[in-house]
Write a protein that binds this ligand. Structure first.
Ligand code: FAD
Length: 357
């Protein structure tokens, strides 16, 4: 049994605590609260969408995404309270004048999914039958069957309760650095907060700004996340429980964490209204910003510093929810090998090649 301190209790930090607490004595520090308010995970839409993300994600990210779908089901089943998790696929729609964008998207989707047509074409009747609220608005759509989504905030809180129940000593509202704490091993899960330390190594970490809106629309029901293909405002709407919808997300090359700009707010709201004007009466609950922790190669990375006894996980970019379970299980296996003094090798199950310092 090792004494382990985890720096950062956002998405990966909480998952690592859950996995490691079965064997070890774990302490976790996060500069934000138990609800995860300072993490990228708190703002995320938490879509689990490897098919749609195939359009521009790397093959490794897609593989991790597919592996994580089942792992999420196992993890959520272990949590002490219910978490909204749905696997009803996702729908991609576009307006008639944007047919060329849809054609290009279909080509990218096919290419990203190994040349296979992984979707079903829906016509106006299919859309009206499966998403009555969008009936009459769109004549064509792509239905991607295996996609899912979670409630990000319920997940963060349920993970926090699970790790506390498992005996993890959690220090919320406590910012720490690598030199602040002593333990047998440190696990660095600070996301963008690890930038200064991470960038002493080879791959470079940056933040990519993302802005989302949360709205409440009691008259509207969507049965699955819906993406709108649009030349100016590509957007998704992720329906959570109780008629809450997460609308996102901008993707801006900036580390500015200030509140949502008027322009982005207008874009999010315009495209929401374009999906159906019924959203016109929705109430805006929140406009929120955070940074996606992103590496130059756009893959996640697990680093092991054997001498300093630090394992770091970072670079989950815009796919953190989609891939975190597979990444964290791989990190746990790599950690156990390091702890036992075994060679640090490529993780066979995920293909992740750890970077050894
Ligand atoms: C707008 C937006 C939308 C997104 N949508 C999706 C989506 O639909 N699907 C998907 O899969 N992913 C999505 N993501 C990506 C996902 O949220 C991230 O990839 C994921 O949260 C990264 O996990 P992490 O644990 O590395 O970082 P985080 O979740 O950011 O956690 C890092 C934690 O470290 C803590 N911390 C930082 N510095 C310190 C310090 N010095 N001391 C103590 N604690 C510290 C922070 O408080 C934070 O809690 C989205 C992200 C954004 C911003």
């Amino acid at each position: 049994m090792a004494q382990i301190s985890i720096l950062g209790g956002g998405l990966t930090g909480r998952l690592m605590a859950l996995l490691l607490a079965q064997q070890h004595s774990v302490t976790l520090y996060d500069e934000g609260g138990k609800d995860g308010n300072l993490s990228a995970a708190f703002v995320a839409a938490a879509m689990l969408a490897p098919m749609a993300e195939a359009v521009d994600a790397t093959p490794q990210v897609l593989q991790l995404g597919y592996q994580s779908l089942d792992l999420w089901k196992q993890i959520i089943n272990r949590l002490p309270e219910p978490v909204f998790m749905q696997f009803s696929g996702s729908l991609i729609v576009w307006h008639a004048q944007d047919g060329d964008i849809a054609k290009r998207f279909a080509q990218q989707l096919r290419r990203g999914n190994g040349g296979q047509e992984v979707w079903t074409n829906w016509n106006a009747d299919d859309i009206a039958k499966n998403e009555p609220q969008l009936g009459g608005r769109f004549t064509q759509g792509f239905y991607l069957p295996t996609e899912g989504q979670l409630d990000n905030r319920q997940t963060l809180l349920a993970l926090a309760n699970a790790i506390e129940n498992a005996g993890v000593k959690c220090h919320w509202n406590t910012a720490v650095s690598l030199t602040d704490i002593t333990a047998d091993w440190l696990i660095d899960c600070r996301g963008f907060g690890a930038k200064a330390d991470w960038n002493r190594g080879k791959s470079q970490l940056r933040g990519i700004r993302g802005e989302v809106a949360r709205v409440y629309a009691p008259e509207i029901t969507l049965n699955r996340p819906t993406r709108l293909l649009h030349p100016r405002y590509p957007l998704y709407i992720a329906p959570k429980e109780n008629h809450i919808f997460v609308i996102g997300a901008t993707q801006i090359e900036s580390e500015d964490q200030s509140p949502v700009s008027v322009r982005s707010g207008l874009e999010l709201m315009s495209s929401l209204y374009a999906v159906t004007p019924a959203f016109g009466e929705a109430r805006i609950l929140e406009l929120a910003t955070n940074l996606r922790p992103t590496l130059d190669h756009h893959d996640p990375e697990i680093r092991v510093d054997i001498n300093k006894k630090i394992l770091s996980i970072n670079g989950l970019f815009r796919h953190g929810f989609m891939i975190a379970p597979a990444v964290c299980y791989a990190a746990m296996r790599i950690f156990e090998n390091a702890l036992q003094g075994q060679a640090i090798e490529k993780d066979k199950q995920t293909g992740i090649e750890p970077v050894v310092l």
